[in-house]
Design a protein around this ligand. Sequence first.
Ligand SMILES: [Zn+2]
Length: 205
Amino acid sequence: MTMIFEELSQPILRTDASGLPIEWINFRHAVKLYYLDVVLYECGSELLTLHGGVNAVSGIRSELKINSIIATDSGIAAKNKLLNDYTPPLTNNALFQRDFHLCMYCGSRFMKSELSRDHVTPIVHGGKDEWNNCVTACKRCNQHKGSLTPEQANMKLIAIPFTPNHAEFIFLQKKRILADQMTFLRAHFPRTSPLHRRIEESLNI
Ligand SMILES: [Zn+2]
């Protein structure tokens, strides 16, 4: 199959039949889902067009258009992951994204290599390694804080850590998100999500 791509690297947002976001997939995965005939409907914008061979009988060239958001019926229901007690896995990448690469103590923005995971209540003081007790901190602030609590170290957090829901977690997994994908995901964020303000602030920069 000869393929002409407009955009190959842009991740595609896959949802379940009811439109709840499931995961990011690449275009190869999306093509497979189209050919398996499990794409129920599309949202967002047309992302890329794949051109196949010319049909010997009809003379028509086959074409497959792939959208930025596709709803699939493949037995995967996202509902469980949108329940209140779902906790996405805590990774440094997602944590730094949650905090928009800002040190939650000095407020400066850093490259990933300059950042670290800080336990607000240190593990030695009974703090847990979970979203609500973890913040992004620059290595300098983290070292300065050491094994003290913010109060003991006299360091104030600029924002309260929070546990993302599944839609927020999907958002945190990718850096390149199209405007329509962003709007779609934000519709599934809690109304009070701090990410709304962080996204708006970053768009204003
Ligand atoms: Zn800092």
